[in-house]
Design a protein around this ligand. Structure first.
Ligand SMILES: [Zn+2]
Length: 434
C-alpha cells in the first residue's frame, strides 16, 4: 500500500510531503515515515509539524506519541462520524433514525462553544440507546479534544478539520500505478507526478507576487504586498475590515497580547487585537506581524516560538507632515464601507463555480469598470475643463456615412437624392442577377 502525507503551502494549496510504500498500516510503517521526515526535512533546527491530522488507523495513533511526541494528533472529523455511523448500522438502528443521528452527530462535532457542545450532546443522547451512549462516552469521550471544533479551532492546524487534503491526492497517485510495476518503476512514476505538482505550486506562488487586490487599503498592505502570499493577505484583510469598523464605531476592546483568536492561533496571522495598533496609527501592517511561513520564496522555518510584533514604520513615500494635518486614512467610515463591499464582491465569487462564476466575473468587472468611468466623468465635471459634447441636431439632413466624422458637413439635398438613386440602381442590378 501507499501511505500519503500532505502539507499546506503558503498559498493554501496541498502538497505531497511524503509517499511511502508499506506492507500494512502498522505502527512500524508510520515510525519509518516520521523517522525519515525527521532525518531529511525536520532536522535541527527545523521544527517538526505542530499538528498532524489523521484518520482512525491504529498505526498512526500509536506512532505519534513516540515519533512526534510534541505534535498534536488531531482526528479527521469525517472519519469520526463515519465510525460512529458504522456502529449504528451494526447495532440495527433503522435507516430514518440513522439519517437523523448523522446530522445530529455533525452538529455535535462542529460545536464551536462549550455551551453549544453540551446542548448538542444532550440532543444526540436523547436519540441513542444506553449502549451507544456508553460507547460515545467511553470510546470517543477521551478523544473529544482531538476532533470537536471547540478544541480543534484552537490548534495551529491552518484551518484543517479533515485529512481530505491527503485523500485528494489519491486520484493523482493511484491512477498511474498498478500491481505489475516494480517498486523502482512505481517510484519513478510517482516522482514525476510529484515534480509536476511542485512546478504547478511554484507557478502559483509566483502568481501571488506583484499584485494586490484592488479593493484593499494599499497603504495598510504596502509592506506585505510582494512579500507574503495573496492567500494570507486575503485572510488578514477580512480581519482588517473588522478592526477598522470597530475603531470607527469606538467599540474596539483592546487586548495587549491576544492568545485566543483563530486567525492568530491556527494560521499565525495577526488578529484584530494586533491589527488595532497599525490601524490607530494610520501605519502599514509590518512584516513582523506575519509568521514567516507565509513569505513568498521564504527560507525554511527555524523559529519555534512565534508571536506577532508591532514596529512603527514611516513610509518613505509619504512626506513628513505636521501631526494635526495628518488624517488617518483608515478612519473614514464611508471609505471603509467601500473596502468592505469590495471584499464582499470577492468573497461572493468564492462560492461560485463554472459558468456561474464566469457570468459573475463579467458582471463584477463591468460594474467596477463602470464605477471607474463614472469617477472620471465626475472628475471632469469637478474641474469644468471638459468641453461639452457636440449636440447632433435633429433634422432630415443626412451624413455621408452613418459613422462619419461629426465635423464633416452634411449632404445637400441633391447629393442625398443622387445617393438614393445609386442605391436603388444597385439593388435592382442585384435582384436581376439572382
Ligand atoms: Zn485576538
Amino acid at each position: 500500500m501507499l501511505i500519503v502525507t500532505a502539507g499546506i503551502t503558503n498559498c493554501g494549496s496541498t502538497f505531497v510531503s511524503s509517499l511511502s510504500f508499506a506492507r500494512s498500516e502498522a505502527k512500524l510503517s508510520f515510525d519509518f515515515i516520521f523517522d525519515s521526515l525527521k532525518k531529511h526535512v525536520f532536522y535541527d533546527p527545523h521544527p517538526v509539524p505542530r499538528v498532524v491530522v489523521s484518520d482512525q488507523a491504529a498505526g498512526i495513533k500509536a506512532s505519534i506519541p513516540t515519533g512526534l511526541p510534541n505534535s498534536i494528533l488531531q482526528f479527521c472529523d469525517w472519519y469520526v462520524v463515519k465510525n460512529v455511523e458504522k456502529r449504528l448500522l451494526d447495532k440495527g438502528y433503522p435507516k430514518e433514525l440513522r439519517k437523523e443521528l448523522k446530522s445530529l452527530l455533525w452538529t455535535f462535532v462542529k460545536s464551536k462553544t462549550h455551551t453549544l457542545l453540551e446542548g448538542n450532546r444532550t440532543e444526540l443522547h436523547l436519540k441513542l440507546r444506553p449502549d451507544e451512549i456508553r460507547y460515545l462516552q467511553e470510546y470517543w469521550g477521551p478523544k473529544e479534544t482531538q476532533f470537536i471544533r471547540v478544541y480543534t479551532c484552537k490548534y495551529p492546524n491552518l484551518g484543517a478539520h479533515s485529512n481530505q487534503r491527503s485523500e485528494s491526492l489519491h486520484p493523482g497517485t493511484t491512477d498511474i500505478l498498478n500491481k505489475q510495476l516494480s517498486l523502482e518503476a512505481a517510484s519513478r512514476r510517482l516522482g514525476k507526478t510529484v515534480q509536476a505538482r511542485l512546478r504547478e505550486l511554484s507557478v502559483q506562488e509566483a502568481q501571488s507576487a506583484g499584485k494586490l487586490p484592488r479593493t484593499l487599503d494599499r497603504r495598510a498592505f504596502v509592506l506585505l504586498a510582494d512579500t507574503i502570499s495573496i492567500y494570507a493577505i486575503n485572510k488578514i484583510s477580512t480581519e482588517w475590515e473588522i478592526i477598522k469598523d470597530e475603531i470607527n464605531r469606538a467599540s474596539h476592546q483592546s487586548k495587549a497580547a491576544c492568545s485566543s483568536c483563530e486567525l492568530l492561533i491556527r494560521y499565525g496571522l495577526p488578529c484584530k487585537h494586533y491589527l488595532a495598533s497599525p490601524c490607530q496609527d494610520g501605519a502599514p501592517i509590518p512584516r513582523s506581524m506575519i509568521h514567516p511561513r507565509w513569505c513568498l520564496n521564504g527560507e525554511p522555518i527555524q523559529i519555534t516560538r512565534w508571536a506577532p510584533l508591532y514596529h512603527t514604520y514611516t513610509l518613505p513615500m509619504s512626506p513628513p507632515r505636521p501631526p494635526q494635518a495628518t488624517q488617518n486614512p483608515y478612519l473614514s467610515p464611508r471609505r471603509n464601507e467601500i473596502t468592505t463591499l469590495g471584499l464582499q464582491v470577492l468573497e461572493a465569487r468564492e462560492g461560485l463555480t463554472g459558468y456561474a462564476r464566469t457570468r459573475y466575473d463579467t458582471a463584477a468587472t463591468n460594474a467596477q469598470q463602470g464605477l471607474v468611468e463614472y469617477a472620471q466623468e465626475l472628475q471632469g465635471d469637478d474641474l469644468h475643463t471638459r468641453m461639452p459634447d457636440i449636440v447632433k441636431k435633429s433634422g432630415w439632413n443626412r451624413q455621408f456615412k452613418s459613422h462619419d466624422k461629426i465635423k464633416k458637413r452634411l449632404m445637400t439635398g441633391a447629393e442625398a437624392a443622387e445617393h438614393d438613386a445609386n442605391h436603388r440602381e444597385q439593388a435592382t442590378a442585384r435582384e436581376a442577377r439572382l
